[in-house]
Design a binder for this molecule. Structure first.
Ligand SMILES: [Zn+2]
Length: 109
């Protein structure tokens, strides 16, 4: 493969990543439970996270709850997977897809 083609592909991948970062839609949600306050809440995954392929970006198994405690992904059998895009709205907790991060960033509201 020529260097020029490689450069072009790299450029394209970056472009696609940027598009994903700005695409505020989701198809998946996981449930998290806080070990300290006991609260259970749903975390939506911005599209592009936890998808197979060479640019796989996971989401963390443990995140910080609003109370400061540690919340872990629970109830795996009830993970949500939709077959259509759902917009991520202002009140929804979600993991943000960030081009420069190795995994999703938790945003709690
Ligand atoms: Zn908590």
């Amino acid at each position: 493969m020529s260097n020029r083609l490689k450069k072009l592909q790299r450029h394209q991948r970056k472009f696609i990543s940027k598009q994903k970062e700005n695409n505020m839609v989701t198809r998946k949600a996981f449930t998290y439970e806080c070990e300290d306050c006991g609260k259970r809440f749903r975390m939506w995954l911005q599209k592009g996270l936890e998808e197979p392929g060479e640019n796989h970006k996971p989401v963390p198994f443990v995140i910080q709850c609003k109370c400061g405690g540690m919340a872990t992904h629970v109830d795996w059998s009830n993970d949500i997977e939709l077959n259509h895009d759902l917009p991520i709205l202002d009140h929804m907790n979600y993991f943000a897809f960030k081009v420069n991060q190795d995994c999703g960033m938790a945003v709690l509201r």
